[in-house]
Design a protein around this ligand. Structure first.
Ligand code: AP5
Ligand code: MG
Length: 218
């Protein structure tokens, strides 16, 4: 299966893409996670991306398209995309690249949340720099305070998870990324999902939509 999960910052893309990837055996490709790895490794791409990310702006399309094309080469078993495409141009390039391979996206899902929820979720998020597991100080706390359940690594807060940067990220989302939903709606159905409820409940809604598709693809 090839799935695209859209949604504003903090909508739960990372949380649900992880669950989708595990349930259906797909590669979880998060453009944000890849960029953070590039930054941690001090690569040229990481250095170029840093200033944009810290301001809550988008990294230029040419850098992202090249990075994601490389990442998608290992995705023959299918993928779930998280944070990409994020501009209409990125979506068009992705459609063309898949078309050239004789395949297409099977499902586009759009996670919907209120902006007030976004700020609370993002400022309370903590993540594991080693395995990428995501927690929330109130909503999904780790078993031991500040430590990853899976590997015991000390959890960190993303540098772009401050209230001021979140506001810029939301503004960027409405200006540059929300039009991607409209782009997809012109050529296929997009499933809008109320992502404001508890994560387990949202996951059940997503699985109910994807299970029949997964059965068909077997
Ligand atoms: P990216 O890392 O993609 O950030 P984002 O889109 O802002 O989204 P987030 O990761 O903040 O939120 P999420 O939807 O994954 O939510 P999560 O599941 O973690 O991008 C970062 C930056 O990289 C961008 O600003 C840009 O600069 C650059 N970039 C990336 N891709 C790019 C591209 N394609 N083009 C150009 N630039 C690009 O959940 C958030 C929190 O809420 C967590 O704490 C979680 O535990 C909690 N939570 C989740 N669901 C629930 C729930 N249902 N109930 C309660 N709590 C919940
Ligand atoms: Mg994320």
């Amino acid at each position: 299966m090839r799935i695209v999960l859209l949604g504003a910052p903090g909508a739960g893309k990372g949380t649900h893409c992880k669950r989708i990837a595990e349930r259906y055996g797909l590669l979880h490709l998060s453009s944000g996670d890849i960029l953070r790895r590039e930054r941690a490794d001090g690569t040229g791409l990481g250095k170029k991306a840093q200033g944009y990310m810290d301001k809550g702006a988008l990294v230029p399309d040419d850098l992202i398209v090249e990075m994601m094309s490389r990442a998608m080469k290992n995705a023959s078993a299918g993928f779930v995309l998280d944070g990409f495409p994020r501009t209409v141009n990125q979506a068009q390039v992705l459609d063309k690249a898949l078309e050239a391979q004789g395949v297409s996206i099977d499902k586009v899902m759009n996670l919907l949340v209120d902006d007030r929820v976004v700020v609370d979720r993002i400022t309370g998020r903590r993540s594991c720099p080693a395995c990428g597991a995501v927690y929330h100080v109130k909503n999904m706390p780790p078993k031991a305070d500040g430590v990853c359940d899976k590997d015991g690594t000390r959890l960190v807060q993303r540098p772009d998870d401050t209230e001021a940067v979140v506001c810029n990220r939301l503004e960027t989302y409405y200006r540059q990324t929300e039009p991607v939903v409209g782009y997809y709606k012109t050529s296929r159905s997009v499933d809008d999902i109320d992502a404001g409820g508890e994560a387990d409940v949202v996951a059940q809604v997503i699985f109910r939509m994807l299970d029949p598709l997964a059965r068909k693809k077997k």
